[in-house]
Write a protein that binds this ligand. Structure first.
Ligand code: AP5
Length: 251
């Protein structure tokens, strides 16, 4: 399967509609959470998995970054506050994140399945997701936890470039675009994220250790945790992920 998803509804929220209708009754329906430290490669894997599995890549970080591009006055006060936390590398408060995900429940109901990247990130968010999915009579297939030494991660973040249009992720050395500064997929301009500055990277790593690592135990207890050692190149990590997923059966 090679699928291009439309994430308009996820990025815009509310009543926005996808331009691509998901298949009415797909045989396999993957509902995955991607866990791991900032920069471990969750977004890159979500991109590859989305193309292979047909499930939509839903990143909470992308929603906040999309909000940043709105004109002043178009953002709610809550979103303005969220962007302040993000710029400093801190976690956005749970209540703002949960409101934002709550406005987008239709994406979780999508018959194509989903790949949640960057959510949940605290135990309170994981509990809220669990209640939400129970209400919708949906179950997670698995939680993929990507692991990598911290020094490697910091080097990755420094070289990351992201498309300002379709949000595709590149790396100046590991995954360079065909033309410098230009997205291979949509021709958009590649930019460096504000929170990839060294001070913000330190704060993000500390927030991960304190708030997100405990989620491993949370999902381990539920029998959902699948650990994947991230490889030297994205394809190596992808092959390892697919090998682990082959042992699971989606809903
Ligand atoms: P978010 O956007 O979720 O960022 P993150 O978790 O910090 O993760 P990243 O996007 O930085 O990294 P990634 O793991 O996706 O790595 P990538 O694939 O890009 O969140 C940003 C902020 O938003 C948070 O700090 C917070 O403020 C807020 N936020 C979002 N959700 C929230 C929530 N639920 N609660 C509270 N706050 C929230 O890869 C990195 C680089 O490495 C790329 O250049 C890539 O090309 C390269 N690369 C990837 N894989 C490989 C590989 N195998 N080999 C070599 N290079 C590779």
């Amino acid at each position: 399967m090679n699928v291009k998803n439309d994430r308009a509804a996820w990025l815009k929220g509310g009543s926005a509609l996808c331009s691509i209708t998901p298949p009415p009754s797909p045989k396999k329906n993957w509902r995955l959470v991607l866990l791991g430290a900032p920069g471990v490669g969750k977004g890159t894997q979500a991109q590859l998995l989305s193309e292979r599995l047909g499930a939509c890549h839903l990143s909470t970080g992308d929603v906040f970054r999309a909000a940043k591009c709105l004109a002043d006055g178009e953002r709610s006060p809550a979103l303005d506050r969220a962007l302040g936390f993000m710029r400093r590398g801190e976690l956005v408060p749970d209540e703002i994140v949960l409101d934002m995900v709550g406005e987008r429940v239709s994406c979780l109901r999508c018959s194509g399945g989903f790949l949640l990247d960057g959510f949940p990130r605290t135990v309170a968010q994981a509990e809220a997701l669990e209640r939400l999915l129970q209400r919708e009579k949906l179950a997670l297939t698995a939680v993929l936890d990507y692991e990598l030494p911290i020094e490697t991660i910091v080097a990755r973040l420094a070289g990351r470039r992201t498309c300002s249009g379709c949000k595709a992720v590149f790396h100046i050395e590991g995954l360079p675009p065909r033309v410098e500064g230009v997205c291979d997929h949509c021709g958009g301009k590649l930019i460096q994220r504000e929170d990839d500055r060294p001070e913000a990277i330190r704060v993000r790593m500390a927030a991960y250790e304190k708030s997100t690592r405990p989620l491993m135990e949370f999902y381990q207890k539920r029998g959902l945790l699948v650990t994947v050692m991230a490889g030297k190149v994205p394809d190596e990590t992808f092959q390892r992920t697919m090998a682990k997923l082959k042992t699971l059966s989606p809903a």
